[in-house]
Design a protein around this ligand. Structure first.
Ligand code: ATP
Ligand code: MG
Length: 571
């Protein structure tokens, strides 16, 4: 391809709304343009990268036995009503009506569509296992579309669905997809972790999020530097922290005027924060008071609380009245003496504490020498792991301290079990002649988000630094002065040879100043730049610049193509 024929409008400025470097660079390098909030056009360079990512995905899906299909984006409401999600999906679902007033949705995902497709066609165990996937636009009316392609309202997703006879089969499909995802993101040149994810809502199954490590990411993850363990901060299971044995002192109530926060009470009583017990009061949809207790330096993990309180689906902050009804007062809550109307959830680490400080359920008073295993009424409390992971907590696999980092979720793998097959009555006849319900899995990758994540991880002050496998072009050949016939001829010759050797190459034959062209090359981020200058013509040596690190190399004209191909292998 010649740059004179390429539509690649580069810009010096990025849009004011762009916060992330990937968003800015995609704009400036001419990869995308915005149509409206969360709706983007992909320009030729952006789409080339998207196609390369999709190709990698296709190859790895096919290698595991996946078969590509294409289902409608426009989905009838009936399917969603049958699964029960028409009501649940809420405002994120983009809905429309046809001319007869029938309701439809623009597909945010395709579990309903594929399950109804399969249930009418796949009748026998002999047709299983089955893995079908598609790569197409998905629609979600995100409450806050932002960060360019990272969280948009229309985005390209690969979604694969697996159908198996039994749970073992489903787990085999899951492992295959897990492996395929690891290969895909490795081939894309990304630094990522497969993170154990929370799947409380679905229950029982497994889920991993494939998360690209980047400080700008929206997900917070805990990971071990000693083993390959990683979990989202919502999930990360923790063991109780044992406390040192000490002589137990009698429980005592003390006056703590205005000490309604842990900070204030610890300073007032001169105790370390690890010796305090913090209360957080929630209310659920049934207006039940749920009070969670964690060590003063820990934070409550609401998802874990929800998972242990039967019947609770959402948590809200409890109001003063609800707290007063339980004989307590905000800022001074404690399990000792709280009314039975309150559901008390105590973190397992709290149960290890001795001689600690906790509220006294009355204004301006605390208990000291609280020893939960002695002072709490065990029959009335739920003891569980309910705190957020934090840096330094021991890894649940190997015990070494965990680190925290941020990341971008680019893909997720999920076992669904019978959730959709049961709701939509999708069954088959098994070998034993019995009718059984499919065991399913679903597996998504955000293609645009993967492109954005790759830029987040690979850039410098001058622009993008593409991993070779997903660069819009692998090599750019730049005649410094394209008006000089000798330079242009030599550059064209090199370009032809590289193309013949299978290199994805661009010839920058624009008659712009060299400085302008070099700036564009760096901004767009081609992994290698081959420069043809008057010096090249004189010496026969050709200059090659590696975008990552900026190293310049010189090769004799005769060995140039071999050397460039070799170099590319290392990028
Ligand atoms: P998130 O928690 O970020 O909203 P999700 O859990 O809703 O993601 P899935 O339903 O698992 O996402 O979709 C599969 C993949 O699609 C995600 O891993 C992500 O890469 C991508 N994706 C989801 N929502 C968006 C979006 N609004 N814009 C771009 N990509 C998205
Ligand atoms: Mg989402």
């Amino acid at each position: 391809m010649r740059a004179t024929q390429l539509y690649a409008p580069t810009l010096r400025e990025s849009p004011a709304e762009a916060e992330l470097v990937s968003h800015k660079l995609m704009y400036r390098a001419g990869l995308i343009r915005k149509a409206a909030g969360g709706l983007y056009s992909y320009l030729p360079l952006g789409w080339r990268t998207m196609k390369k990512i999709m190709q990698i995905i296709r190859e790895e899906m096919d290698a595991k036995g996946g078969q590509e299909v294409m289902m409608p984006i426009v989905q009838p409401a009936e399917m969603w009503q049958e699964s029960g999600r028409w009501a649940v999906y809420g405002d994120e679902m983009m809905r429309l009506k046809d001319r007869h007033g029938r309701e439809f949705a623009l597909g945010p995902t395709h579990e309903e569509m594929i399950t109804t497709l399969i249930r009418d066609e796949v009748r026998s165990y002999k047709q299983l296992p089955l893995m079908l996937y598609q790569i197409q636009n998905k629609y979600r009316d995100e409450i806050r579309p932002r960060f360019g392609l990272m969280r948009s309202r229309e985005f390209v997703m690969k979604d694969l669905y697996s159908f198996d006879r039994d749970v073992d089969g489903m787990n085999v499909s899951y492992d295959k997809m897990y492996d395929a995802y690891s290969k895909i993101f490795t081939r894309c040149g990304l630094k990522f972790r497969a993170v154990e994810a929370d799947n409380g809502a679905i229950g029982g199954g497994h889920s991993h999020e494939f998360t690209v490590l980047a400080p700008s990411g929206e997900s917070s993850i805990a990971y071990c530097t000693a083993c390959d363990y990683a979990a989202s901060d919502e999930k990360a299971p923790l063991n109780p922290i044992p406390a040192e044995a000490e002589e137990l002192r009698p429980l005592e109530k003390v006056s703590t005027p205005d000490c309604h926060t842990i900070e204030l009470v610890k300073n007032f009583l001169h105790v370390p924060i690890e010796k305090t017990i913090k209360a957080v009061a929630f209310m659920d949809d049934d207006e039940r008071l749920i009070v969670a207790f964690v060590r003063g330096d820990h934070d409550v993990n609401e998802i874990k609380v929800l998972n242990v309180v039967e019947g609770a689906n959402h948590l809200y902050m409890a109001g003063e009245k609800l707290i007063a009804d339980a004989n307590s007062v905000a800022g001074f809550m404690s399990p000792i003496g709280l009314a039975d109307s309150a559901i008390v959830v105590v973190d397992q680490t709290v149960m290890q504490m001795s001689n600690a400080v906790a509220g006294a359920n009355e204004r301006d008073a605390h208990f000291v020498n609280v020893t939960p295993r002695r002072d709490f009424d065990a029959g009335k409390i739920i003891v569980a792991d309910i705190r957020m992971v934090q840096a330094g907590d021991p890894c649940p696999h190997c015990g070494k301290p965990l680190s925290m980092t941020r990341g971008i979720e680019v893909g997720q793998v999920f076992t669904l079990g019978k959730k959709y097959s049961e709701a939509l009555h999708a069954t088959f006849l098994d070998e034993d002649g019995k009718t059984k319900t499919f065991e399913m899995g679903c597996y998504g990758i955000g293609v645009g988000r993967t492109m954005a994540a790759a830029i987040e991880q690979n850039n410098d002050a001058d622009g993008i630094i593409w991993p070779r496998a997903i660069a819009p072009f692998e090599v750019v050949v730049v005649p410094v002065n394209a008006k000089d016939a000798a330079q242009l001829n030599l550059a064209t010759e090199i370009y032809d040879e590289l193309a013949a050797a299978g290199v994805d190459v661009l010839l920058d034959d624009r008659t712009e100043r060299a400085g302008v062209k070099f700036k564009d090359c760096d901004l767009i981020g081609y992994p290698l730049r081959v420069t043809v200058s008057p010096k090249t013509l004189a010496s026969g040596d050709v200059e090659v610049k590696i975008r990552r690190g900026g190293q310049m190399m010189h090769f004799a004209r005769g060995e140039l193509v071999t050397k460039v191909v070799e170099l590319l292998e290392t990028l």
